[in-house]
Design a protein around this ligand. Structure first.
Ligand code: FAD
Length: 420
Protein backbone atom coordinates (compact mmCIF):
# COMPACT_ATOMS: atom_id res chain seq x y z
CA UNK A 1 0.00 0.00 0.00
CA UNK A 2 1.30 3.45 -0.88
CA UNK A 3 0.47 6.64 0.95
CA UNK A 4 -1.13 8.01 -2.28
CA UNK A 5 -3.68 5.22 -2.21
CA UNK A 6 -4.89 6.03 1.28
CA UNK A 7 -5.00 9.72 0.39
CA UNK A 8 -7.82 8.85 -2.06
CA UNK A 9 -11.52 9.44 -1.56
CA UNK A 10 -14.28 7.10 -2.67
CA UNK A 11 -17.64 8.63 -3.59
CA UNK A 12 -20.52 6.19 -3.96
CA UNK A 13 -23.33 7.60 -6.13
CA UNK A 14 -22.84 9.85 -9.16
CA UNK A 15 -25.88 12.10 -8.64
CA UNK A 16 -25.53 15.84 -8.12
CA UNK A 17 -24.35 15.49 -4.52
CA UNK A 18 -21.76 12.79 -5.26
CA UNK A 19 -20.49 14.57 -8.38
CA UNK A 20 -20.06 17.74 -6.34
CA UNK A 21 -18.12 15.94 -3.60
CA UNK A 22 -15.83 14.27 -6.11
CA UNK A 23 -15.16 17.43 -8.11
CA UNK A 24 -14.57 19.63 -5.05
CA UNK A 25 -12.20 17.08 -3.48
CA UNK A 26 -10.32 16.55 -6.76
CA UNK A 27 -10.00 20.28 -7.33
CA UNK A 28 -8.53 20.53 -3.83
CA UNK A 29 -5.87 18.06 -4.99
CA UNK A 30 -7.20 14.64 -3.88
CA UNK A 31 -7.57 11.54 -6.03
CA UNK A 32 -11.22 10.59 -6.18
CA UNK A 33 -13.20 7.61 -7.43
CA UNK A 34 -16.91 7.77 -8.27
CA UNK A 35 -18.87 4.52 -8.20
CA UNK A 36 -22.24 4.78 -9.97
CA UNK A 37 -24.71 1.96 -10.38
CA UNK A 38 -26.49 3.41 -13.45
CA UNK A 39 -24.79 3.35 -16.87
CA UNK A 40 -24.58 7.18 -16.73
CA UNK A 41 -23.80 9.96 -14.23
CA UNK A 42 -26.22 12.63 -13.05
CA UNK A 43 -28.69 10.71 -10.89
CA UNK A 44 -32.35 11.73 -10.62
CA UNK A 45 -31.64 15.30 -11.66
CA UNK A 46 -30.94 14.06 -15.19
CA UNK A 47 -34.55 12.83 -15.28
CA UNK A 48 -36.13 16.20 -14.46
CA UNK A 49 -37.64 18.33 -17.23
CA UNK A 50 -36.65 21.67 -15.68
CA UNK A 51 -35.57 22.44 -12.18
CA UNK A 52 -36.49 25.23 -9.86
CA UNK A 53 -35.77 27.87 -8.85
CA UNK A 54 -34.36 28.96 -12.22
CA UNK A 55 -36.38 26.45 -14.26
CA UNK A 56 -33.45 25.52 -16.46
CA UNK A 57 -33.05 22.02 -17.95
CA UNK A 58 -30.79 19.67 -15.97
CA UNK A 59 -28.29 19.54 -18.81
CA UNK A 60 -27.12 23.08 -18.07
CA UNK A 61 -26.05 22.26 -14.50
CA UNK A 62 -24.81 18.75 -15.21
CA UNK A 63 -22.77 19.64 -18.31
CA UNK A 64 -20.57 22.00 -16.29
CA UNK A 65 -19.84 19.20 -13.84
CA UNK A 66 -19.09 16.72 -16.62
CA UNK A 67 -16.64 19.20 -18.13
CA UNK A 68 -14.91 19.58 -14.76
CA UNK A 69 -14.66 15.78 -14.56
CA UNK A 70 -13.27 15.48 -18.09
CA UNK A 71 -10.64 18.10 -17.36
CA UNK A 72 -9.48 16.63 -14.06
CA UNK A 73 -7.22 13.56 -14.16
CA UNK A 74 -7.66 13.17 -10.40
CA UNK A 75 -11.22 11.90 -10.90
CA UNK A 76 -11.88 8.37 -12.08
CA UNK A 77 -15.41 7.10 -12.41
CA UNK A 78 -16.97 3.69 -12.91
CA UNK A 79 -20.55 3.28 -14.12
CA UNK A 80 -22.67 0.12 -13.70
CA UNK A 81 -20.63 -0.33 -10.53
CA UNK A 82 -21.55 -1.04 -6.92
CA UNK A 83 -19.71 -1.54 -3.67
CA UNK A 84 -19.54 -5.16 -2.63
CA UNK A 85 -17.66 -4.89 0.67
CA UNK A 86 -15.85 -2.41 2.87
CA UNK A 87 -13.36 -3.20 5.62
CA UNK A 88 -10.77 -1.24 7.55
CA UNK A 89 -10.97 2.11 9.27
CA UNK A 90 -10.68 5.84 8.73
CA UNK A 91 -7.59 6.58 6.66
CA UNK A 92 -7.28 3.02 5.46
CA UNK A 93 -10.38 1.41 3.97
CA UNK A 94 -10.31 -1.62 1.65
CA UNK A 95 -13.24 -1.57 -0.75
CA UNK A 96 -14.28 -4.22 -3.24
CA UNK A 97 -16.22 -2.92 -6.27
CA UNK A 98 -18.35 -5.02 -8.58
CA UNK A 99 -18.70 -3.76 -12.17
CA UNK A 100 -21.48 -5.24 -14.33
CA UNK A 101 -20.79 -5.84 -18.02
CA UNK A 102 -21.91 -3.11 -20.40
CA UNK A 103 -20.97 -5.22 -23.43
CA UNK A 104 -19.81 -1.98 -25.09
CA UNK A 105 -16.25 -0.64 -24.78
CA UNK A 106 -14.68 2.83 -24.99
CA UNK A 107 -14.50 2.70 -28.78
CA UNK A 108 -18.26 3.44 -28.93
CA UNK A 109 -19.00 6.75 -30.70
CA UNK A 110 -22.76 6.49 -29.98
CA UNK A 111 -23.47 6.27 -33.70
CA UNK A 112 -26.49 4.10 -32.94
CA UNK A 113 -25.90 1.49 -35.66
CA UNK A 114 -26.34 -1.30 -33.08
CA UNK A 115 -29.78 0.00 -32.12
CA UNK A 116 -30.79 0.32 -35.78
CA UNK A 117 -30.42 -3.41 -36.42
CA UNK A 118 -31.65 -4.53 -33.00
CA UNK A 119 -35.29 -5.64 -32.87
CA UNK A 120 -35.57 -6.60 -29.19
CA UNK A 121 -37.04 -3.97 -26.91
CA UNK A 122 -37.04 -3.42 -23.15
CA UNK A 123 -38.97 -1.09 -20.82
CA UNK A 124 -37.21 2.26 -20.71
CA UNK A 125 -35.97 2.74 -17.13
CA UNK A 126 -35.09 6.39 -17.76
CA UNK A 127 -38.77 7.12 -18.54
CA UNK A 128 -40.00 5.02 -15.60
CA UNK A 129 -41.20 2.31 -17.97
CA UNK A 130 -43.62 4.59 -19.84
CA UNK A 131 -42.17 3.57 -23.21
CA UNK A 132 -39.87 0.98 -24.73
CA UNK A 133 -36.34 1.31 -26.06
CA UNK A 134 -34.17 -0.98 -28.12
CA UNK A 135 -32.20 -3.47 -26.02
CA UNK A 136 -29.04 -1.78 -27.45
CA UNK A 137 -29.50 1.73 -26.12
CA UNK A 138 -28.04 5.04 -25.09
CA UNK A 139 -29.52 5.55 -21.60
CA UNK A 140 -30.75 9.03 -22.58
CA UNK A 141 -29.97 11.75 -25.12
CA UNK A 142 -27.58 13.69 -22.87
CA UNK A 143 -26.04 10.60 -21.23
CA UNK A 144 -22.51 10.92 -19.88
CA UNK A 145 -20.50 8.94 -20.71
CA UNK A 146 -22.12 9.01 -24.16
CA UNK A 147 -21.80 5.27 -24.63
CA UNK A 148 -24.36 2.61 -25.56
CA UNK A 149 -25.31 -0.33 -23.33
CA UNK A 150 -26.50 -3.80 -24.28
CA UNK A 151 -29.17 -5.32 -22.09
CA UNK A 152 -27.96 -8.74 -20.85
CA UNK A 153 -30.96 -10.41 -22.54
CA UNK A 154 -29.68 -9.09 -25.88
CA UNK A 155 -26.00 -9.85 -25.27
CA UNK A 156 -26.85 -13.46 -24.49
CA UNK A 157 -29.68 -13.82 -27.03
CA UNK A 158 -30.07 -14.73 -30.71
CA UNK A 159 -29.68 -11.18 -32.01
CA UNK A 160 -26.31 -10.62 -30.33
CA UNK A 161 -24.03 -11.40 -33.29
CA UNK A 162 -26.09 -9.30 -35.71
CA UNK A 163 -25.84 -6.31 -33.36
CA UNK A 164 -22.10 -6.83 -32.90
CA UNK A 165 -21.56 -7.04 -36.67
CA UNK A 166 -23.42 -3.77 -37.18
CA UNK A 167 -20.88 -1.82 -35.11
CA UNK A 168 -18.30 -0.17 -37.40
CA UNK A 169 -15.94 0.54 -34.49
CA UNK A 170 -15.55 -2.92 -32.96
CA UNK A 171 -17.04 -1.53 -29.75
CA UNK A 172 -19.25 -4.48 -28.84
CA UNK A 173 -17.78 -7.20 -26.64
CA UNK A 174 -20.26 -9.99 -26.14
CA UNK A 175 -17.95 -11.91 -23.83
CA UNK A 176 -17.57 -9.04 -21.35
CA UNK A 177 -17.97 -10.35 -17.81
CA UNK A 178 -18.57 -8.94 -14.37
CA UNK A 179 -15.33 -7.48 -13.00
CA UNK A 180 -14.14 -6.71 -9.53
CA UNK A 181 -11.91 -3.88 -8.50
CA UNK A 182 -10.07 -3.50 -5.19
CA UNK A 183 -9.57 0.03 -3.94
CA UNK A 184 -7.71 1.38 -0.93
CA UNK A 185 -9.06 4.73 0.14
CA UNK A 186 -8.70 7.05 3.10
CA UNK A 187 -12.34 8.08 3.34
CA UNK A 188 -15.72 7.33 1.82
CA UNK A 189 -18.67 9.57 0.95
CA UNK A 190 -21.96 7.77 0.51
CA UNK A 191 -24.24 9.72 -1.86
CA UNK A 192 -26.68 7.11 -3.13
CA UNK A 193 -29.67 9.45 -3.03
CA UNK A 194 -33.32 8.56 -3.14
CA UNK A 195 -36.01 6.64 -4.97
CA UNK A 196 -39.67 7.60 -5.45
CA UNK A 197 -41.98 6.05 -2.88
CA UNK A 198 -43.69 3.05 -4.49
CA UNK A 199 -47.15 4.26 -5.65
CA UNK A 200 -48.44 0.68 -5.79
CA UNK A 201 -48.47 0.74 -1.98
CA UNK A 202 -51.07 3.55 -2.04
CA UNK A 203 -53.94 1.22 -2.81
CA UNK A 204 -56.75 3.79 -2.53
CA UNK A 205 -55.21 5.91 -5.28
CA UNK A 206 -55.55 3.26 -8.00
CA UNK A 207 -52.13 3.77 -9.57
CA UNK A 208 -52.01 0.18 -10.76
CA UNK A 209 -55.52 0.18 -12.18
CA UNK A 210 -55.97 3.58 -13.77
CA UNK A 211 -53.40 4.61 -16.40
CA UNK A 212 -54.22 8.30 -16.00
CA UNK A 213 -53.02 8.23 -12.40
CA UNK A 214 -49.30 8.93 -12.69
CA UNK A 215 -46.58 10.06 -10.28
CA UNK A 216 -44.65 13.31 -10.06
CA UNK A 217 -41.45 11.72 -11.40
CA UNK A 218 -43.39 10.37 -14.40
CA UNK A 219 -44.76 13.87 -14.99
CA UNK A 220 -41.19 15.17 -15.26
CA UNK A 221 -40.55 12.68 -18.06
CA UNK A 222 -43.89 13.39 -19.79
CA UNK A 223 -43.02 17.10 -19.90
CA UNK A 224 -39.49 16.52 -21.17
CA UNK A 225 -38.59 16.83 -24.87
CA UNK A 226 -36.64 13.56 -24.43
CA UNK A 227 -39.55 11.83 -22.69
CA UNK A 228 -41.96 9.18 -24.00
CA UNK A 229 -44.24 11.75 -25.71
CA UNK A 230 -41.44 14.15 -26.76
CA UNK A 231 -42.64 16.65 -24.19
CA UNK A 232 -46.38 16.60 -24.86
CA UNK A 233 -48.32 16.18 -21.64
CA UNK A 234 -51.09 13.76 -22.58
CA UNK A 235 -53.26 11.18 -20.88
CA UNK A 236 -51.47 7.82 -20.94
CA UNK A 237 -54.81 6.02 -21.53
CA UNK A 238 -55.73 7.66 -24.86
CA UNK A 239 -53.04 10.19 -25.75
CA UNK A 240 -55.55 13.05 -25.39
CA UNK A 241 -54.70 16.45 -23.93
CA UNK A 242 -56.00 16.74 -20.33
CA UNK A 243 -58.57 19.48 -19.79
CA UNK A 244 -58.25 19.16 -16.04
CA UNK A 245 -55.61 17.72 -13.78
CA UNK A 246 -55.24 17.24 -10.02
CA UNK A 247 -52.03 17.06 -8.02
CA UNK A 248 -52.39 14.83 -4.97
CA UNK A 249 -49.99 16.14 -2.34
CA UNK A 250 -48.50 14.02 0.44
CA UNK A 251 -49.20 10.81 -1.53
CA UNK A 252 -47.84 8.50 1.15
CA UNK A 253 -45.85 11.25 2.87
CA UNK A 254 -46.42 12.38 6.46
CA UNK A 255 -48.29 9.12 6.92
CA UNK A 256 -47.22 6.59 9.54
CA UNK A 257 -48.30 3.76 7.26
CA UNK A 258 -45.99 4.89 4.48
CA UNK A 259 -43.32 7.64 4.68
CA UNK A 260 -43.85 9.39 8.01
CA UNK A 261 -41.65 12.36 7.07
CA UNK A 262 -42.14 15.33 4.72
CA UNK A 263 -39.81 15.31 1.70
CA UNK A 264 -39.96 19.09 1.57
CA UNK A 265 -39.87 19.08 -2.23
CA UNK A 266 -43.22 17.76 -3.43
CA UNK A 267 -45.25 20.96 -2.98
CA UNK A 268 -42.78 22.93 -5.08
CA UNK A 269 -42.47 20.10 -7.59
CA UNK A 270 -46.27 20.08 -8.10
CA UNK A 271 -46.37 23.86 -8.48
CA UNK A 272 -43.58 23.62 -11.03
CA UNK A 273 -45.49 20.88 -12.86
CA UNK A 274 -48.71 22.92 -12.73
CA UNK A 275 -46.73 25.51 -14.70
CA UNK A 276 -45.70 22.86 -17.24
CA UNK A 277 -49.41 22.14 -17.78
CA UNK A 278 -50.31 25.84 -17.97
CA UNK A 279 -47.66 26.44 -20.63
CA UNK A 280 -49.11 23.71 -22.85
CA UNK A 281 -52.80 24.11 -22.03
CA UNK A 282 -53.66 27.66 -20.95
CA UNK A 283 -57.33 26.68 -20.45
CA UNK A 284 -56.75 23.55 -18.38
CA UNK A 285 -58.21 23.55 -14.88
CA UNK A 286 -55.59 22.59 -12.29
CA UNK A 287 -56.13 21.54 -8.68
CA UNK A 288 -53.47 21.14 -6.04
CA UNK A 289 -54.95 19.17 -3.11
CA UNK A 290 -52.75 19.68 -0.08
CA UNK A 291 -52.54 19.34 3.71
CA UNK A 292 -50.21 22.36 4.13
CA UNK A 293 -48.01 23.96 1.52
CA UNK A 294 -44.35 23.68 2.35
CA UNK A 295 -42.25 26.12 0.34
CA UNK A 296 -39.20 26.98 2.33
CA UNK A 297 -36.68 29.84 2.17
CA UNK A 298 -36.42 31.74 -1.08
CA UNK A 299 -38.78 29.30 -2.77
CA UNK A 300 -41.71 31.03 -1.02
CA UNK A 301 -41.66 33.51 -3.95
CA UNK A 302 -42.26 30.63 -6.34
CA UNK A 303 -45.40 29.71 -4.36
CA UNK A 304 -46.62 33.30 -4.28
CA UNK A 305 -46.42 33.53 -8.08
CA UNK A 306 -48.24 30.26 -8.68
CA UNK A 307 -50.97 31.23 -6.19
CA UNK A 308 -51.79 34.27 -8.27
CA UNK A 309 -52.65 32.10 -11.28
CA UNK A 310 -56.45 31.88 -11.54
CA UNK A 311 -56.31 28.52 -13.29
CA UNK A 312 -54.40 26.88 -10.45
CA UNK A 313 -56.77 26.09 -7.61
CA UNK A 314 -55.31 25.32 -4.20
CA UNK A 315 -57.67 22.89 -2.49
CA UNK A 316 -56.99 22.36 1.20
CA UNK A 317 -57.73 18.71 1.83
CA UNK A 318 -56.06 15.31 1.67
CA UNK A 319 -57.35 13.07 -1.11
CA UNK A 320 -58.92 9.98 0.43
CA UNK A 321 -59.63 7.95 -2.70
CA UNK A 322 -59.37 7.98 -6.47
CA UNK A 323 -61.91 6.08 -8.58
CA UNK A 324 -62.70 5.98 -12.26
CA UNK A 325 -65.91 7.64 -13.46
CA UNK A 326 -68.67 5.28 -14.58
CA UNK A 327 -67.89 5.77 -18.27
CA UNK A 328 -64.20 5.11 -17.52
CA UNK A 329 -63.17 8.39 -19.15
CA UNK A 330 -62.34 10.47 -16.07
CA UNK A 331 -61.04 10.15 -12.54
CA UNK A 332 -63.06 11.05 -9.48
CA UNK A 333 -61.13 12.23 -6.42
CA UNK A 334 -62.85 12.11 -3.06
CA UNK A 335 -61.46 14.83 -0.87
CA UNK A 336 -62.61 16.69 2.21
CA UNK A 337 -62.21 20.44 2.01
CA UNK A 338 -60.84 21.06 5.50
CA UNK A 339 -61.70 24.75 5.31
CA UNK A 340 -65.43 24.16 4.76
CA UNK A 341 -65.53 20.57 6.13
CA UNK A 342 -67.45 19.45 3.04
CA UNK A 343 -66.71 16.21 1.23
CA UNK A 344 -66.05 17.02 -2.40
CA UNK A 345 -65.74 14.97 -5.53
CA UNK A 346 -63.34 16.40 -8.07
CA UNK A 347 -63.69 14.99 -11.56
CA UNK A 348 -60.52 15.34 -13.61
CA UNK A 349 -58.83 13.90 -16.68
CA UNK A 350 -55.54 13.10 -14.98
CA UNK A 351 -54.10 12.84 -11.46
CA UNK A 352 -50.48 13.21 -10.40
CA UNK A 353 -49.43 11.58 -7.14
CA UNK A 354 -46.84 13.71 -5.38
CA UNK A 355 -44.88 10.82 -3.93
CA UNK A 356 -41.98 11.50 -1.59
CA UNK A 357 -38.30 10.67 -1.59
CA UNK A 358 -37.27 7.43 0.11
CA UNK A 359 -33.57 7.03 0.92
CA UNK A 360 -31.89 4.22 -1.04
CA UNK A 361 -30.02 3.41 2.16
CA UNK A 362 -33.33 2.25 3.72
CA UNK A 363 -33.43 -0.78 1.41
CA UNK A 364 -29.71 -0.98 0.52
CA UNK A 365 -27.66 -0.08 3.58
CA UNK A 366 -23.86 0.20 3.46
CA UNK A 367 -21.92 -3.07 3.64
CA UNK A 368 -20.32 -1.80 6.86
CA UNK A 369 -22.05 -0.74 10.08
CA UNK A 370 -22.95 2.96 10.29
CA UNK A 371 -25.81 4.72 12.12
CA UNK A 372 -29.12 5.51 10.36
CA UNK A 373 -32.10 7.52 11.53
CA UNK A 374 -35.56 5.98 12.00
CA UNK A 375 -36.37 6.40 8.28
CA UNK A 376 -33.17 4.87 6.92
CA UNK A 377 -31.30 8.10 6.13
CA UNK A 378 -27.62 8.16 7.13
CA UNK A 379 -27.51 9.76 10.58
CA UNK A 380 -25.17 12.67 11.23
CA UNK A 381 -24.94 11.84 14.94
CA UNK A 382 -22.10 9.53 16.04
CA UNK A 383 -20.87 8.87 12.48
CA UNK A 384 -18.38 6.14 11.72
CA UNK A 385 -15.05 7.97 11.31
CA UNK A 386 -14.08 8.31 7.66
CA UNK A 387 -17.58 7.65 6.28
CA UNK A 388 -19.85 10.61 5.50
CA UNK A 389 -23.31 10.79 3.93
CA UNK A 390 -24.06 13.44 1.31
CA UNK A 391 -27.23 14.71 -0.37
CA UNK A 392 -30.49 12.77 -0.19
CA UNK A 393 -28.87 9.75 1.45
CA UNK A 394 -28.73 12.03 4.51
CA UNK A 395 -32.05 13.85 4.22
CA UNK A 396 -34.54 14.88 1.54
CA UNK A 397 -33.25 18.06 -0.12
CA UNK A 398 -33.35 20.10 -3.30
CA UNK A 399 -30.54 20.43 -5.83
CA UNK A 400 -28.91 23.52 -4.42
CA UNK A 401 -28.95 22.01 -0.92
CA UNK A 402 -27.51 18.76 -2.33
CA UNK A 403 -24.67 20.72 -3.95
CA UNK A 404 -23.88 22.44 -0.66
CA UNK A 405 -24.06 19.13 1.16
CA UNK A 406 -21.74 17.52 -1.39
CA UNK A 407 -19.21 20.30 -0.83
CA UNK A 408 -19.44 19.89 2.94
CA UNK A 409 -18.89 16.14 2.57
CA UNK A 410 -15.76 16.78 0.46
CA UNK A 411 -14.29 18.80 3.29
CA UNK A 412 -15.10 16.09 5.84
CA UNK A 413 -13.56 13.44 3.59
CA UNK A 414 -10.39 15.52 3.23
CA UNK A 415 -10.21 16.07 7.01
CA UNK A 416 -10.37 12.31 7.54
CA UNK A 417 -7.25 11.92 5.45
CA UNK A 418 -5.32 14.96 6.58
CA UNK A 419 -5.73 14.55 10.32
CA UNK A 420 -3.97 11.20 10.28
C1 FAD B 1 -40.84 15.09 -8.56
C2 FAD B 1 -39.57 15.74 -8.12
C3 FAD B 1 -39.17 16.92 -8.74
C4 FAD B 1 -38.01 17.58 -8.30
N1 FAD B 1 -37.70 18.78 -8.87
C5 FAD B 1 -36.68 19.51 -8.35
C6 FAD B 1 -36.42 20.84 -8.82
O1 FAD B 1 -37.11 21.34 -9.71
N2 FAD B 1 -35.41 21.55 -8.25
C7 FAD B 1 -34.63 21.04 -7.23
O2 FAD B 1 -33.75 21.74 -6.72
N3 FAD B 1 -34.84 19.74 -6.78
C8 FAD B 1 -35.83 18.99 -7.32
N4 FAD B 1 -36.05 17.71 -6.86
C9 FAD B 1 -35.08 17.11 -5.90
C10 FAD B 1 -33.82 16.54 -6.62
O3 FAD B 1 -34.22 15.45 -7.43
C11 FAD B 1 -32.80 16.09 -5.55
O4 FAD B 1 -32.40 17.24 -4.83
C12 FAD B 1 -31.55 15.45 -6.16
O5 FAD B 1 -31.88 14.33 -6.92
C13 FAD B 1 -30.58 15.04 -5.04
O6 FAD B 1 -29.41 14.50 -5.60
P1 FAD B 1 -28.58 13.30 -4.90
O7 FAD B 1 -27.28 13.25 -5.60
O8 FAD B 1 -28.56 13.51 -3.44
O9 FAD B 1 -29.42 11.99 -5.19
P2 FAD B 1 -29.78 11.25 -6.55
O10 FAD B 1 -30.20 12.20 -7.60
O11 FAD B 1 -30.77 10.18 -6.16
O12 FAD B 1 -28.43 10.55 -7.01
C14 FAD B 1 -27.94 9.40 -6.38
C15 FAD B 1 -27.09 8.59 -7.33
O13 FAD B 1 -26.58 7.43 -6.66
C16 FAD B 1 -26.74 6.28 -7.49
N5 FAD B 1 -26.84 5.10 -6.63
C17 FAD B 1 -27.89 4.68 -5.89
N6 FAD B 1 -27.57 3.56 -5.21
C18 FAD B 1 -26.29 3.27 -5.55
C19 FAD B 1 -25.41 2.23 -5.17
N7 FAD B 1 -25.76 1.28 -4.29
N8 FAD B 1 -24.16 2.20 -5.69
C20 FAD B 1 -23.78 3.16 -6.60
N9 FAD B 1 -24.59 4.17 -6.99
C21 FAD B 1 -25.82 4.23 -6.47
C22 FAD B 1 -28.01 6.56 -8.26
O14 FAD B 1 -28.07 5.77 -9.45
C23 FAD B 1 -27.87 8.07 -8.54
O15 FAD B 1 -27.13 8.30 -9.71
C24 FAD B 1 -37.20 17.02 -7.26
C25 FAD B 1 -37.61 15.82 -6.66
C26 FAD B 1 -38.79 15.20 -7.06
C27 FAD B 1 -39.26 14.00 -6.33
Amino acid sequence: MTSTETQSILVVGGGISGLTTAIEAAEAGYDTYIIEKNPYLGGRVAQLHNYFPKMCPPSCGLEINFRRIRQNPKIRFFTMAEVDSISGEEGNYDVKIKISPRYVNEKCTSCGKCAEVCEAEIDNPFNYGMDKIKAAYLPHDMAYPPRYVLDPSLAKGSEAQKVKDACPYDAIELDMEEKTLDLKVGSIVWATGWKPYDPAKLETYGFQNYPDVITNVMMERLASWSGPTKGKIVRPSDGEAPKSIAFVQCAGSRDVNHLPFCSGICCLASMKQANYVREQYPDAEIYICYIDIRATDRLEAFYTNVKEDEKINFFKGKVAKIDQSEDGKALVLRVENTTTEEINELTVDMAVLATGMEPNTASSPLPIGIPYDEYGFIASKNPKPGITGAGCSRSPMNVSEAVQDGTAAALKAIQSIVRR
